[in-house]
Design a protein around this ligand. Structure first.
Ligand code: FAD
Length: 498
């Protein structure tokens, strides 16, 4: 990496916002390069609650624009990636501490109406004394409301955006930090530091999608003083052995007015989160605290008949929301909407700084970013992502089960659970991983659970996987199902492949 490459747009950051902008831009005909200093989605974008949702509670904060845009995105994203995104029904148990039933019902009717649902089922009222969803709860919950949102595998969503961008011609570097960006010659000269050393790139336009590091990039990397635009709000989750047998999730409102979710997770587990706390440390060191563990256990135990204990926890993860600092007093009240700040012009070198946003609105954020970018660079192509597919998602949203059945028929000697897992992660690309190999022993070395060499090789070749954490915790969640010896075998294999 020695000579200076020239690109139209350089994107700093391989989270959901950076990869979505890179994908949209390259699809319109711009030349695009993206650098991610660690692994794709290693920042906030793998630490979410993983919902594609309007955000019922944002209605209470009057964020109508955000909620309407997010609701409309549910079916757009589900259609784009029906393997990694799917509908989820939410059960809201009613109790005296909540708003009156009639008000909640009206709020949910508005949520249904604003969302422009076509395929997602509508809200309904549940009799929790009869419905299965009432069984794991404490006695006393009589009525519940059930409504629709969607689930997304957040880290895979990012990787698929990056894959699609690269398929369309973008250059994507991982483990490559942008150490400096300086205005130069009607654009920017960027210095990158990656596995092969240093490289300089000249770009007409820079997108700063560094998430929690956005201010650091404005200040240290771009050399502007006094950048204090981002408010870091930490959120943590706990994962426990499965607390209930059905496939719906719960939304619980706590005594402090906050809400938490309890979501069926990776077949054998329940995911509980999240917290909302201002954070001032280094984003790379974010981790759950004892008080957050206590809070989540206590909040879930208010609802479940069996208490959720610290000893039940098998995994935790934490992330920081890089929210725009709108001066709100409480962390949970800071706006979840995104803010895009255009800085400079074509003559002096232009940049766009990205604040906030959600997985749910990342495609729309990219469209808004393109409007700003094209106001400087000129228009190259029309909007195109709304009707597009992400890699592996080339089937209709309601066809997922029939795709699983087809794959199971073609690979009938492989375990059904493995077929389903591969379809969920890779969609139609599961066939690329399996190829002509019809038996487990034909899939190469075994790394625990149902992870075999052919999948690992696919992830290295197509999804920028380098380390065992990339594979076990971001491209898959097999870390929950494998042990230290499996990881050591995988580490040894990856070292030998380098
Ligand atoms: P990031 O994912 O952090 O990406 C920024 C990247 O930039 C990082 O990977 C970092 O390594 C890289 N970077 C930084 N500096 C440099 C540099 N100098 N050079 C190269 N690379 C650099 N949204 C939803 O829609 N649904 C949810 O359920 C949901 N739940 C959430 C729960 C929690 C607890 C949190 C924290 C967020 C949640 N969100 C949710 C919001 C969503 O996850 C974030 O808005 C989104 O992931 C932010 O993406 P990003 O690309 O801006 O940042």
């Amino acid at each position: 990496m020695t000579q200076t490459e020239q690109v139209d747009i350089f994107v700093i950051g391989g989270g959901v916002n950076g990869t979505s902008i890179a994908r949209d831009a390259v699809g319109r005909g711009f030349s695009v390069m993206l650098a991610e200093m660690n692994d794709l989605a290693s920042g906030t974008s793998s630490a979410a609650t993983k919902l594609v949702h309007g955000g019922l509670r944002y209605l209470e904060h009057y964020e109508f624009r955000l909620v309407a845009e997010a609701l409309a995105e549910r079916e757009v994203l589900w259609a784009a990636a029906p393997h990694i995104i799917w509908p989820l029904r939410f059960v809201l148990p009613h109790h005296k501490g909540l708003r009156p039933k009639v008000v909640l019902r009206a709020g949910l009717a508005m949520y249904d109406y604003m969302g422009g649902r076509r395929l997602l089922p509508p809200t309904k009222t549940l009799d929790l004394s009869k419905d299965e969803a009432g069984k794991p709860l404490k006695p006393g919950f009589k009525t519940g409301f059930e409504y629709s949102d969607c689930w997304v595998d957040d880290a895979r969503f990012v990787v698929l955006n990056a894959r699609d961008a690269a398929n369309k011609g973008a250059t994507v570097y991982t483990r490559t930090k942008v150490t400096s960006a300086r205005r130069d010659n009607g654009g920017w000269t960027l210095t990158l530091s990656g596995p092969d050393g240093e490289q300089t790139v000249h770009a007409k336009f820079v997108v700063n999608a560094a998430g929690p590091w956005v201010d650091e990039v404005v200040g240290n990397t771009m050399g502007n003083n006094g950048a204090h635009n981002v408010r870091l709000v930490k959120g943590s989750h706990i994962v426990v052995r499965k607390l209930f047998d059905h496939d719906r999730c719960y939304i619980f409102q706590n005594a402090d007015g906050r809400i938490i979710f309890a979501i069926p997770y990776e077949q054998d587990f329940t995911l509980i989160g999240t917290t909302d706390q201002d954070y001032t440390g280094d984003p790379k060191d974010v981790a759950i605290s004892d008080s957050e563990i206590d809070y989540l256990c206590r909040a879930a135990s208010e609802y479940f008949a069996l208490p959720v204990l610290k000893a039940d926890i098998v995994w935790t993860y934490s992330g920081v929301r890089p929210l725009f600092d709108d001066g709100a007093t409480a962390a949970q009240e800071a706006t979840r909407d995104y803010v895009l700040k255009l800085d400079g012009d074509l003559a002096s070198g232009a940049a766009l700084h990205v604040f906030g946003g959600k997985l749910t609105t990342s495609r729309r954020l990219a469209e808004s970013a393109m409007e700003k970018i094209e106001s400087v660079l000129g228009q190259r192509g029309p909007r195109w992502t709304k009707e597009s597919k992400l890699p592996g998602g080339e089937f209709e949203p309601l066809q997922f089960e029939s795709e699983v059945r087809r794959l199971a028929m073609d690979y009938s000697r492989l375990p059904a659970t493995m077929i389903r897992r591969l379809m969920r992660l890779y969609g139609t690309k599961a066939r690329v991983i399996l190829g002509d190999n019809k038996e487990l022993h034909e899939l190469g070395a075994h790394f625990g659970a149902d992870l075999y060499q052919s999948e690992v090789d696919y992830l290295i070749a197509n999804e920028w996987a380098v380390s065992s954490a990339d594979i076990l915790w971001r491209r898959t969640k097999l870390g929950l199902h494998t042990g230290a010896e499996d990881k050591a075998r995988l580490d040894a294999y990856l070292a030998q492949r380098r």
